[in-house]
Design a protein around this ligand. Structure first.
Ligand code: SF4
Length: 471
């Protein structure tokens, strides 16, 4: 079985990119490079659609960006506007039919659409549409968006999108191409990120600004919550289609999902993580000789913890960077082996020392126990586990793959029980306030629902949050 080794982390679902570059010969290659920069947001499928005067051609396949696209395929994708997508699927629905961008042909023309997020009322809308005879080809909620846009086509694309946004609820960062336009839309809460960059003769829309560095694009600004931006004729226009909702950018983007070299809604992910490490040192100090990180996601916070605590930072775990995807059986023994395959202890640095181990989050708690065990087996005198986010207690309905509550160790166990379970000498989690303040001084404008249960909108009370994908 081809599987992804993961260290007990939540999973982002998608990354989107759009490039507007009339006359640019290398447009699809630029989209390809942009998707490379967003690969961390989804590793199961990748796709690029190019629009030439309203005619859309595309290629999408299962696999990593570099596995999906050959030079030949990239050469064949010629156009003035490109839309790209990387996807991680939440359930067994991991088929190429569900890969994006979605390309839909309807009476008004063709659209290519790439979506990052999750709609919480997609099932209801799909039922209604199916009752009216609409046929769906995929099991992804993004097809509901494409269908609604097609239904409203008589109003013109911009009105059609606005009418669609009036009907859907949930999280979405959308990149759409239609006719000679590239359109970006962010949900009214701004749950998922989307930003705008400028390149020679064009513009880029991307889930994260790290893609701009690769493309040599200049960061302009984030798309605002509830905003639609329309790029055409070399100009950007903006329509604020909603300003009714409370801003709630996903705080987990700063904890784990986003790359540290990205800036989301004006806040550097790197600085936030370092702040979180400092805050963690204040909230949960430890008597220790060395601060180490679970690489790579804990590294920046560990540097912050070391700065604040004055305990030296060092390397204690070495990551094998080439086992991201490998052939493993998803049974207990193999999961245990997979941690050792991915991480190895640097015994020379650990032996006889009291260690502060920094991890960004604990989801099920399985990996943390194995890492503590490995450190102790290598001779660590004590292991003090410090987690740079609060306990994950609630499921996410907005595009992040969280296990059901019964599998979230933070929901089912007390902190002392988790400490015993993972075998650490002490355990401390960052508080919710500490996390939010480490991102924005005011601590406002962020979603922290998976820690607090305080969702920015009403969410389904029962059933599976991915019922739609499981139909
Ligand atoms: S519930 Fe958690 S993971 Fe989901 S959007 Fe909110 S902060 Fe992010």
């Amino acid at each position: 079985m081809y599987n992804t080794i993961n260290l007990d982390k939540l999973k982002e679902e998608c990354g989107v990119i759009g490039i507007y570059g009339p006359g640019e010969q290398q447009l699809s290659r630029m989209a390809y490079f942009g998707l490379h920069a967003l690969q961390h947001r989804g590793q199961e499928s990748a796709g690029i659609a190019v629009n030439q005067g309203g005619q859309i051609t595309y290629y999408k396949e299962m696999g990593l960006v570099q596995e999906v696209f050959s030079d030949d395929i990239i050469e064949r994708l010629q156009g003035d506007i490109a839309v790209g997508h990387v996807r991680y699927s939440t359930t067994g629905e991991s088929y190429v039919i569900n890969a994006q961008p979605l390309v839909v042909r309807y009476k008004g023309g063709s659209i290519a659409l790439a979506h990052n997020g999750n709609l919480i009322n997609a099932g209801e809308i799909r039922d209604e549409l199916e009752d009216q005879g609409v046929i769906f080809q995929t099991s992804i909620d993004s097809e509901v968006i494409a269908n609604l846009i097609a239904r409203y086509n008589a109003f013109g694309i911009e009105k059609a999108i606005q009418k669609t946004m009036g009907q859907i609820r949930g999280s979405y960062a959308l990149v759409i191409s239609y006719g000679d336009k590239l359109i970006g839309v962010r949900d009214p809460n701004g749950l998922r990120p989307l930003c705008i960059g400028k390149i020679d003769g064009g513009y880029v829309l991307s889930s994260e600004s790290c893609a701009f560095n690769v493309l040599g694009a200049e960061f302009i600004r984030d798309v605002a919550a509830g905003e639609m931006v329309i790029i055409e004729g070399g100009q950007i226009r903006s329509i604020q289609y909603s300003n009714e909702q409370k801003k709630a950018l996903c705080s987990f983007e700063f904890v784990y999902f986003a790359r540290p070299d990205s800036v989301l809604d004006g806040q550097s992910v790197y600085i936030s993580r370092r702040n979180a490490g400092k805050m963690l040192a204040k909230e949960h100090p430890a008597e220790a000789d060395l601060v180490i990180a679970v690489p790579d996601s804990g590294t920046v916070a560990a540097i912050g913890y070391a700065e604040e605590s004055k305990i030296p930072f060092g390397e204690g775990l070495i990551k094998n960077r080439y086992v991201g995807r490998t052939f493993i059986q998803p049974d207990q023994k193999m999961r245990e082996l997979s941690v050792r395959l991915k991480l190895n202890v640097l015994k020379e640095n650990i032996k006889g020392k009291r260690i502060v181990l920094i991890d960004d989050s604990i989801v099920r708690g399985t990996t943390s126990g194995r890492i503590v065990e490995m450190l102790k087996a290598a001779g660590a005198a004590e292991v003090h586990l410090r987690v740079c986010s609060p306990p994950v207690k609630f499921s996410c309905y907005f595009g992040i793959d969280t296990p059901t509550r019964k599998n979230l160790v933070g929901a089912t166990h007390s902190i002392e029980e988790i400490r015993k379970m993972v075998g650490a000498d002490s355990l401390g989690y960052l508080s919710i306030e500490g996390l939010l303040e480490s991102i924005h001084e005011s601590g406002e404008g962020l979603c922290s629902a998976c820690f607090s249960g305080d969702y920015p909108m009403e969410v389904p009370k029962s059933g599976n949050k991915y019922l739609f994908e499981k139909r």
